[in-house]
Design a binder for this molecule. Structure first.
Ligand code: OAD
Length: 238
């Protein structure tokens, strides 16, 4: 019933915005942050994905990123990623905001992607600020160094850091302009992404949530579908 209602809202929408979180990549074998497999050695992601953790022990944090790069390098987009790419292809206006740093949306063929938490596949120099693509899943030297000699960090957003301003502005603009917002596989507890649904709801824009489990958004969403995104998204858009 909810799926039918969701399909009919989707069918009439000319402008669609989507926010994805780690859950959409779970069926590709990429562990979510807070679910099973979210631990690495004895560390939680909240302990490692911080500027303080990096300054205290850059080697440890890079070992964690090398492990994640290895996992993601073997992962392939799943049916959920592919459904969103297909949806973009037939929507007059479409924006995909993702908290994921794995690059699987691009591999699936999505184009209008706002990677608000950065990318696992880029580094940034702490000294000269140069941003470079780096696809090695096992950096030869950990922690890696820039040609200028500076320490390189992953070009991702860590806890306590601000999102890049331009991406935040473009994301909010996309949410404000859409006719429906889909929130897929996001735990809804990490700001500011978690507030995008509130922006939409405050403007009377329907919010459709797809998640395996209830989240803080579930009770407020216009429609909440509980299940795997790799199963529900293809049915939603078919
Ligand atoms: P979380 O790991 O917090 O949450 C994953 C969500 O996906 C949960 O709500 C699960 O119920 C749901 N889920 C799991 N498998 C699913 C499936 N097959 N289909 C649909 N839903 C599924 O991940 P995020 O909310 O993305 O930030 O976490 C947000 C941010 O916290 C990450 O971007 C990262 C992290 O620490 C930074 O590193 C700054």
């Amino acid at each position: 019933m909810s799926l039918d209602a969701a399909r009919s809202i989707m069918a009439g929408a000319r402008s669609i915005a989507v926010l994805t979180g780690a859950g959409i990549s779970a069926e590709s074998g990429v562990p979510t942050f807070r679910g099973p497999g979210g631990l690495w050695r004895e560390y939680r992601s909240e302990d490692l994905a911080t500027p303080d953790a990096f300054h205290a022990d850059p080697r440890l944090v890079w070992e964690w990123y090398a492990w994640r790069r290895g996992l993601v390098a073997r992962a392939r987009p799943n049916a959920g990623h592919l459904a969103l790419a297909a949806l973009e292809g037939r929507s007059p206006s479409f924006a995909l905001i993702t908290q994921n740093v794995d690059g699987l949306h691009a591999l699936a063929g999505s184009r209008s992607i706002l990677e608000i938490h950065g990318s696992l596949w880029r580094t940034r120099c702490l000294v000269c600020g140069a941003v470079s693509e780096d696809r090695k899943s096992d950096p030869d030297r950990i922690p890696p160094r820039c040609p200028c000699g500076g320490l390189l960090r992953p070009d991702v957003v860590w806890f306590g850091e601000a999102l890049p301003e331009d991406l935040l502005v473009r994301s909010i603009a996309a949410v404000e302009a859409c006719e429906i917002l889909l929130v897929v596989g996001s735990s809804g507890i990490v700001q500011p992404a978690a507030s995008f649904a509130e922006v939409a709801l405050s403007r009377g824009i329907p919010v459709l949530e797809i998640n395996l489990n209830p989240t803080p958004l579930t009770a407020r969403a216009t429609i909440a579908l509980q299940g795997r995104s790799g199963e529900l998204l293809p049915r939603l858009i078919s």
